[in-house]
Design a protein around this ligand. Structure first.
Ligand code: NAP
Length: 276
């Protein structure tokens, strides 16, 4: 299975699809992650707040793929915002993972009321310069918050990972990312157990291509140049989800899928949502 690569603004590459690990824990979680790597996933998405960094590190070591070929993402929790706190938090994440660097480190939520995300961003630049983190980015940031980071530090995030699926296609935010060379990652790309894949528009397109509705939704993400990170504990569904680079949706089909827009399903509003 050959997965295309997107260019990040620091010269690194990012696979066009990744693997979400939220809720994957303990030995069963490790087995699901190892299976995902066996199925061809190379980008793993974790966070300190998923409380599974230990399992992600164990899966990296247990898999038959070299560490250098895998890209491990983790995220800074809200309770660790601030310059020194961010440095200490990443050191803790590395300890949890049992790794000496992570490939992508993201600020999990901006928490504008706390107003420390610029301090955290300066620390992430330092962590990158020290080689503990290969690429740095953010999650759940708005254009205003991204602009502030860029203006105050001169460093543009490589990635912004946001809620994105056919019910919330985020056209304006994706356009902002494109203008600034920021890669979009889509969390809950399948709408996490919502009814997206049973929408008649999607089932009709799936039938026309001889694909599953889930494959159509994930292909829609990649043709929007967004990197979906679907989670599945099941090897067959993991394989189904990654087998999407051998067919193309038409512009009209992409537009039809985007017309399912109705708004956020799960995520809070980044201007007000707080989690620590
Ligand atoms: P998701 O990937 O949209 O959906 C996961 C659900 O879909 C699971 O219940 C899974 O069940 C099911 N599923 C997966 N493939 C399927 C298939 N082919 N057919 C039928 N069902 C399928 O939702 P998510 O886990 O919320 O989001 C993905 C990742 O995004 C997370 O794991 C996490 O890494 C990240 N995330 C980030 C943030 C953030 O704030 N940055 C927030 C939320 C999530 P099975 O496991 O049984 O297959």
């Amino acid at each position: 299975m050959s997965i295309p690569t997107l260019d990040l603004n620091n010269g690194s590459g990012l696979p066009a699809i990744g693997f979400g690990t939220y809720t994957l824990k303990s030995d069963a979680g490790i087995a699901s992650m190892v299976s995902a790597i066996d199925e061809g996933y190379r980008l793993l998405d974790s966070a300190m707040n998923y409380e599974n960094e230990t399992e992600v590190g164990a899966a990296v070591r247990a898999s038959s793929v070299q560490r250098e070929e895998l890209l491990v993402t983790t995220k800074l929790p809200g309770r660790h915002h601030g310059y020194t706190e961010t440095i200490a938090s990443l050191e803790q994440s590395l300890q949890n993972l049992g790794l000496d660097y992570v490939d992508l480190y993201l600020i999990h939520w901006p928490l504008p009321r706390v107003d420390k995300y610029v301090d955290s961003w300066r620390a992430m630049i330092e962590l990158r310069d020290r080689g503990l983190v290969r690429s740095i980015g953010v999650s759940n940031f708005t254009p205003t918050q991204l602009t502030r980071l860029i203006t105050e530090t001169g460093v543009t995030p490589a990635v912004n990972q946001v809620e994105l699926h056919p019910k919330f296609p985020q056209a304006q935010l994706r356009e902002f990312h494109r203008e600034h060379g920021i890669v979009t990652e889509s969390w809950s790309p399948l709408g996490n157990r919502s009814d997206i894949t049973s929408a008649p528009i999607i089932t009709a397109i799936a039938e026309a291509h001889g694909r599953t509705p889930t494959q159509v939704v994930l292909r829609w993400h990649t043709q929007l140049a967004a990197v979906p990170i679907p989670k599945s504990a099941n090897p067959e569904r993991q394989r189904e989800n990654i087998t999407i680079f051998d067919f193309e949706l038409t512009e009209s089909e992409i537009a039809q899928i985007s017309s399912l827009e109705s708004g956020r399903l799960w995520g809070g509003d980044p201007d007000t949502h707080e989690e620590f």
